[in-house]
Design a protein around this ligand. Sequence first.
Ligand SMILES: *[C@@H]1O[C@H](CO)[C@@H](O)[C@H](O)[C@H]1NC(C)=O
Ligand SMILES: *[C@@H]1O[C@H](CO)[C@@H](O)[C@H](O)[C@H]1NC(C)=O
Ligand SMILES: *[C@@H]1O[C@H](CO)[C@@H](O)[C@H](O)[C@H]1NC(C)=O
Ligand SMILES: *[C@@H]1O[C@H](CO)[C@@H](O)[C@H](O)[C@H]1NC(C)=O
Length: 297
Amino acid sequence: MRSPRPARLAAVALLLAALAAAVGAPAAAAASRDGYGRTRRLRMRGKVVEMFYHAYDNYMAYAFPHDELKPLTKGFTDSLSELGNLNLEHLPQDYNGSALTLVESLSSLVVLGNLTEFDRGVSWLSENLTFDVDARVNLFECNIRLLGGLISAHILAKDYSSQNKDGVYQNQLLRLAENLGSRFLPAFETPTGLPYAWINLKYGVMENETTETSTSGCGSLILEMGALSRLTGDPRYEAAALRALRKLWSMRSSLNLVGSTLDVLSGNWIEYSSGIGAGTTSYASPLGVSLIPTSNL
Ligand SMILES: *[C@@H]1O[C@H](CO)[C@@H](O)[C@H](O)[C@H]1NC(C)=O
Ligand SMILES: *[C@@H]1O[C@H](CO)[C@@H](O)[C@H](O)[C@H]1NC(C)=O
Ligand SMILES: *[C@@H]1O[C@H](CO)[C@@H](O)[C@H](O)[C@H]1NC(C)=O
Ligand SMILES: *[C@@H]1O[C@H](CO)[C@@H](O)[C@H](O)[C@H]1NC(C)=O
């Protein structure tokens, strides 16, 4: 746990910004050799910007503040509770979305230099987003998309606060992230510390909830929840995620491999096979466990 998480999140945005800036730099010899000359790169940059606004503007026009746009029908779907929910079970009766696509677009707006629109999004979310909703969501999906989106947008908002319309950014996105993170914590209240895969944002873990979860669901929460702790000073999020990660690591085989699915109450593997496919890929990915020195676990 040596390197600070916020820096890593911001680094992704900086990398994208650097790539965008590089396009404007004089064409390097290597770049011309492989056919990516200045003209072509500028045209491709324009295409990326065009595609972003095509998606973003139509989401804002037809779907916002619902979660996602259905592009063929110009309808919307409140998909937060559908993510990872292949059988579409326990769908909420009264949930109108969390503006999920807006949350996920904020960092792109900054990378594209649209601080006016970024600021508009931040203001809307600050005033209107609430997680006090009777919706059962997948902890893993909600963590990477909503919590991660809010945290990275918060870090960007801190950096660009002087350019915000109101002058000062008051950490509203961090308060939202904290509110969301506190709703995650009941999922970790198991004998093993391994979290339930599903949580109702308003009521916590539901009665008769499945105790089966995936390796990623236990082992890849540390980036966002660690960042939340470092930013708020409240150690509970990082502690919960790290305890789950350590428990998972303790369950590895003699080959240092982990299985695919497990039971959060008993801490026993359900599916023993190991791989890098669905349910394990995030655990095995660079932003997951491989960046955390095992000596620190
Ligand atoms: C969702 O939208 C419907 C229709 O506008 C409204 O009646 C309902 O109160 C909303 N539910 C919530 C939780 O905001
Ligand atoms: C920012 O985005 C909004 C919404 O798409 C658009 O109307 C505006 O022109 C954009 N501003 C810049 C500077 O690109
Ligand atoms: C919050 O939502 C209301 C109702 O849609 C809207 O009128 C208001 O402008 C929103 N707040 C912000 C800051 O955008
Ligand atoms: C939970 O399971 C028990 C035993 O099968 C059952 O009696 C009860 O109705 C279930 N509760 C819910 C909310 O489904």
